[in-house]
Design a protein around this ligand. Structure first.
Ligand SMILES: [Zn+2]
Length: 327
């Protein structure tokens, strides 16, 4: 049996799967990150330990995703901006491996989702693909010749931190005008909040009873459909920025496939069609009709599937340590 763990700021998803990639059990537990990494990892270990026990199977390997910078080759979390302190340079794989008595492998959560898309999603038949995971932040992963590109740390593929506006908003990474500051969930909701408070979003106002804290990208889509043209424009603007980011990556790699996943993929055609249109307008050097741009088929489980893929890949292809070229 192989296990997958996707650690999020609020919730941690766990899954168990066979070596053939069949998911047999799933469980979501609260992360309770304020209790510190030891408590979080203890809870993770007992959850998947219990699941393996219930399945009557021995664990062969575990893939773990964390929301932030992680050193894949050393199995250490480096910087997790959405979790409280205590994770810096933490040997996550050693800690979990000691508790579970099996190998554990660590990846950034968006990279793990990209691996999920490659093995189990739209990427099953693709050789070259790029994944954009658009949620609280914008992460991603780059696949070349069916290998997820890692780079020296496992940090390659940070497509959300490409500069789109030279003097744009300050990003969490320290740069200005990153794609993440313009097209992530918080960027979109922030713009809707401004519109709601300035009286430009009457339908959205009714949907949340005037409470801006209740705005979600999905509600924004409903408000746009109900007639809030300013909300519609905000979604289209975010889609154009995302489309510019996707165009830049297509220009560099000419992949067969781009997958847009994460919370914002649920916005649907208004966003993804804008991305497709922007790509057709921006990429002029070569034909892009054959570059498929799809929303994720795995939705919020791409990371879980990726953890299973990571665990299986590292056990079945253990020809030495993986290189920066990828898994
Ligand atoms: Zn950035």
């Amino acid at each position: 049996m192989f296990a997958s763990v996707d650690i999020g700021a609020a919730q941690t998803a766990c899954a168990l799967a066979t070596g053939a990639g069949q998911m047999v059990a799933e469980r979501t537990i609260p992360t309770l990150a304020h209790e510190g990494p030891d408590a979080v990892l203890n809870r993770v270990a007992s959850a998947i330990g219990d699941m393996a026990l219930a399945a009557g199977q021995r664990l062969l390997a575990v893939g773990v995703g964390v929301p932030g910078l992680a050193d894949f080759h050393r199995g250490r979390a480096l910087f997790l901006p959405n979790l409280p302190a205590g994770w810096r340079d933490l040997p996550v794989t050693d800690r979990l491996s000691a508790k579970l008595s099996c190998p554990v492998f660590l990846l950034n959560d968006a990279r793990m989702a990209a691996l999920g898309e490659l093995w189990f999603g739209h990427g099953r038949n693709a050789k070259t693909m790029v994944v954009f995971t658009v949620g609280t932040g914008i992460g991603g992963g780059v696949v070349i010749d069916r290998r997820l590109r890692l780079g020296p740390l496992g940090a390659a593929g940070e497509v959300g931190h490409q500069t789109i506006l030279p003097d744009g908003p300050l990003c969490g990474c320290g740069n200005r005008g990153c794609l993440e500051t313009l097209a992530s969930g918080p960027a979109l909701v922030g713009e809707a909040t401004r519109l709601l408070k300035s009286g430009h979003a009457p339908h959205l106002y009714d949907m949340v009873n005037g409470d801006a804290d209740k705005i979600t990208p999905r509600l924004m889509t409903q408000a746009a459909a109900a007639g809030d043209s300013s909300v519609r424009e905000a979604i289209v603007r975010a889609g154009r920025f995302l489309g510019i980011g996707v165009s830049n990556v297509i220009t560099v790699l000419n992949p067969e496939l781009v997958v847009v996943g994460g919370e914002l993929a649920a916005v649907g055609p208004l966003l993804i069609d804008t991305v497709r249109r922007e790509v057709r307008e921006r990429v002029r050097l070569f034909p892009v009709e054959k570059v498929r741009i799809e929303t994720s088929a795995l939705e919020d489980k791409a990371g879980l599937w990726g953890g299973i893929a990571l665990a299986i890949a590292r056990v079945k292809q253990p020809a030495g340590p993986p290189t920066p070229e990828g898994i």
